[in-house]
Design a protein around this ligand. Structure first.
Ligand SMILES: [Zn+2]
Ligand SMILES: [Zn+2]
Ligand SMILES: [Zn+2]
Length: 327
C-alpha cells in the first residue's frame, strides 16, 4: 500500500528543490524534518519510509554520513569516547607522563611539579628536567591505569551505556531525490488518485482528495473520501501497487470503522489470487489504474498474470450509487 502520507511526501519532491536532506536534531537524533512533517502519525518512521522507497527505486539516495544508534534503548546519535581498557571508564585522559630515570617512577608530569621546581615524589629530591623521560599516555582517573592504546567506545546520551562501535546499530544516511522512474511512478499514482476521485464525482459523490475521515472518535487519512450525505453513502480509496491480503484486511477494517465502502486501486493492475478471491466474496471494490490514467475493473491475477474478466461486472456496480440518482 502507498499511504496518503507517503504519496504526499513523495509529491513534495516533484516541486521546489526536490530533495530531503538529513539533519541532526536534539541529542544527535537524525531527522528529515520536511519529509517527516508530510507523513501522518500512522506512517512508519520517516527514515524507514525513505529507505523503503530507495530500495523500491522511486528515490535515489546520495550518501551523506553514518549515524549510530544505541542497541540498548535505540536512541540515535551516539558519541565517540576513548575508554580505559582495564576498568572501562571513559574518564581516561591523555596526559604527559614523566619517568624519573634514576628510580623508575612514572607518573603524570604535573606530580613532579612542586613550588616551581621538579621534585621526585618517590626519591623526594629535586631533579633536573633532563633527568625525566616524557611520554604522551592515557591515564585513567578511575583506576590509575596508564596506557597508550585506549579502547574505542560509543556512549548513549540517553541510557549512558557504552558499547564497542561494532555492537551499535550503524545506519547510513542519504540525501534523497526522485529517480526518473520515481517521477513516472508518482505521476501514475497521482493520476490513479485523480481518476478515482473523478469517477466518484461523476457518480455525484462529494469528493475530497488526501482527506481525513472520522470514525469511532479517531481520524484516518485516506487518498480519496467520497460522501453522499443524502443517501448516507461513503467510499474511501486506497492505492497499492500490488495489494496483499494483509493490506486488504487492514483497509477493510478501516472502512468498517469509518462506515465507508472500501475501494482499492491497484496501480500495477495485478493482484494475488488470495486478494482476487477476497474481492470476489467480500464487500470490496478492486480497480486497476491504467497507464493512460483511466480505471477499470479488470486486473491480472496471480503470478501468471492472466486476465480475469469474470470479476468485471461486480466491480463496476460497486462504485455506483443507486439507479434513481443517475437519472
Ligand atoms: Zn581505569
Ligand atoms: Zn625518583
Ligand atoms: Zn541507550
Amino acid at each position: 500500500m502507498v499511504s496518503p502520507g507517503e504519496l504526499r511526501m513523495l509529491l513534495e519532491l516533484t516541486e521546489g528543490e526536490g530533495e530531503f536532506t538529513p539533519e541532526t536534531g536534539t541529542g544527535g537524533a537524525v531527522e528529515y524534518p520536511r519529509a517527516a512533517q508530510l507523513l501522518d502519525d500512522r506512517d512508519e518512521q520517516v527514515v524507514d519510509v525513505l529507505e523503503r522507497y530507495g530500495t523500491r527505486g522511486v528515490l535515489a539516495g546520495e550518501f551523506v554520513s553514518k549515524v549510530y544508534s544505541c542497541p540498548e534503548c535505540s536512541t540515535q546519535g551516539m558519541q565517540y569516547t576513548t575508554a580505559c581498557p582495564s576498568c572501562e571508564s571513559a574518564h581516561a585522559v591523555e596526559t604527559t607522563v614523566a619517568e624519573h630515570r634514576a628510580c623508575g617512577l612514572t607518573v603524570p608530569e604535573s606530580e613532579f611539579r612542586h613550588d616551581g621546581e621538579l621534585v621526585c615524589p618517590e626519591c623526594e629530591t629535586t631533579v633536573g628536567s633532563e633527568e625525566l623521560d616524557r611520554d604522551e599516555r592515557y591515564v585513567c582517573k578511575e583506576c590509575d591505569e596508564q596506557f597508550t592504546e585506549p579502547d574505542h567506545r560509543l556512549w548513549c546520551r540517553e541510557c549512558l551505556y557504552m558499547f564497542p562501535p561494532q555492537e551499535t546499530i550503524e545506519r547510513a544516511l542519504y540525501r534523497y531525490r526522485l529517480t526518473d522512474d520515481g517521477r513516472e511512478w508518482i505521476e501514475h499514482h497521482r493520476r490513479a488518485r485523480e481518476a478515482a476521485a473523478d469517477t466518484l464525482e461523476e457518480r455525484r459523490f462529494e469528493v475530497s482528495i488526501d482527506a481525513a475521515v472520522e470514525g469511532e472518535g479517531r481520524s484516518y487519512p485516506v487518498h480519496v473520501f467520497a460522501e453522499d450525505q443524502l443517501l448516507g453513502e461513503r467510499r474511501i480509496v486506497a492505492l497499492a501497487e500490488r495489494p496483499t491480503d494483509e493490506d486488504i484486511e487492514e483497509f477493510s477494517e478501516l472502512a468498517r470503522r469509518v462506515d465507508a465502502h472500501p475501494i482499492v486501486v491497484t496501480t500495477t493492475g495485478a493482484v494475488s489470487e488470495e486478494v482476487a478471491e477476497r474481492a470476489n466474496t467480500s464487500e470490496l471494490t478492486l480497480l486497476s489504474a491504467r497507464s493512460d490514467g483511466t480505471l477499470d475493473s479488470d486486473f491480472d491475477v496471480g503470478r501468471t498474470a492472466t486476465r480475469n474478466r469474470s470479476l468485471f461486472q461486480r466491480f463496476t456496480s460497486a462504485v455506483d450509487v443507486p439507479a434513481w440518482k443517475s437519472q
